[in-house]
Design a protein around this ligand. Structure first.
Ligand code: SAM
Ligand code: SF4
Length: 321
């Protein structure tokens, strides 16, 4: 079992397999041209898997593959197969914008993927295009249907934004309810890459929209999940991730690996250490030492609520959200 310097169990690894993306969501990526990390700087899937194996041996039992857009990375199914063959009981999930999902959902399922979270911010083509800066809606909806068809457990993520998609909160909830999938509303988290002036809705404002149509019962937070669960009268459950109100630090069980091999102890903490050299030399003892060092330095609380630091300089597309 891995523990950090404050005695918290760490059993959850989030892996960003690429920072590249085929969308330019206003809340995540700069719209000005910028340069990607060169492909040769990325960890190969073989080297990433060496680290994944060592982490599983040390006690990691939950893995989420994310990005950037993870489906842009060629042969992702091969990486998923490596992990699921080594540890079939590990809770293996993926977060994607679903644009490329219609073509690959069956391959991912066959490779051993169990769960998938899909970002869906609008059901209106022009609004989806405004947010992601690309005509995406048809592919995203086809991706959701395909994921359900092949038997993946689907959850939907929505980031409600003032004056952009706030009028669709209930529509997205109803869309998810009709398909029997959970939606999780995520408060927009301010960051330096997002479009200037963008404003998100707070959790309580999101709930106000839902309360206009439904009676809501509070359920609570389950396990280490940052999502707070609510239930409608008919038993349908949805989640709320509201970091402006809660910091989740007390029960944080996660650590992040970037596509370049940096281990990040906290989304809102600038410290990171690389495992790249160690895994490329196949020195897994060293890689585990780095992992333990990063855990030792995992902060007790994120720095987000410190005065003047409400905007993270590390973008979601780099850390995998
Ligand atoms: N590209 C994939 C996707 O969009 O699902 C995976 C990576 S994306 C960084 C992971 C999640 O982070 C998405 O659900 C996205 O909506 C969320 N996200 C990105 N930037 C955000 C922000 N500034 N505030 C809140 N959520 C954000
Ligand atoms: Fe890409 Fe996901 Fe960021 Fe949107 S939220 S720009 S899809 S990484």
């Amino acid at each position: 079992m891995l523990k950090d310097g404050f005695g918290r169990n760490v059993d959850y690894l989030r892996i960003s397999v690429t920072e590249r993306c085929n969308f330019r969501c206003q809340y995540c990526m700069p719209d000005k041209p910028f340069s990607w990390v060169p492909k040769e700087n990325l960890l190969s899937f073989e080297d990433m898997f060496l680290f994944v194996k060592a982490s599983i041996d040390e006690g990691i039992n939950k893995i989420r593959i994310t990005g950037g857009e993870p489906l842009l990375r060629e042969d992702l199914d091969r990486f998923i197969k490596m992990i699921s063959s080594y540890a079939p009981d590990v809770d293996l999930a993926l977060t994607t914008n679903a644009y490329l999902l219609p073509k690959v959902a069956d391959k991912l399922k066959d490779a051993g993927l169990k769960r998938i979270n899909i970002s869906l911010d609008s059901l209106k083509p022009e609004v989806a295009q405004k947010i992601s800066q690309k005509d995406v809606l048809k592919n995203v909806l086809d991706g959701i249907e395909k994921a359900l068809e092949v038997g993946l457990k689907v959850k939907i993520n929505m980031v409600p934004l003032k004056g952009i998609n706030e009028d669709e909160i209930v529509d997205i909830l109803d869309f998810c309810k009709s398909r029997g999938v959970e939606v999780r509303f995520i408060e927009y988290m301010e960051n330096a890459s997002a479009k200037a002036g963008l404003k998100g809705l707070l959790g309580k404002e999101i709930l106000e929209h839902i309360k206009k149509k439904y009676k809501i019962k509070k359920l609570g937070r389950f396990g280490s999940s940052p999502s707070f669960s609510y239930e409608l009268e008919d038993g349908y459950r949805f989640g709320m991730i509201d970091p402006h109100k809660h910091d989740f630090c007390e029960s944080c069980n996660r650590i992040r690996l970037t596509a370049e091999g940096f281990l990040i102890p906290c989304l809102y903490f600038e410290d990171a250490m690389s495992i790249k050299e160690a895994v490329e030399k196949k020195d897994m003892q060293k890689a585990v030492e780095v992992l333990k060092e990063v855990l030792k330095n995992k902060p007790e609380k994120n720095k987000w609520d410190e005065e003047g630091s409400e905007t993270s300089s590390r973008a979601f597309y780099e850390t995998g959200g």
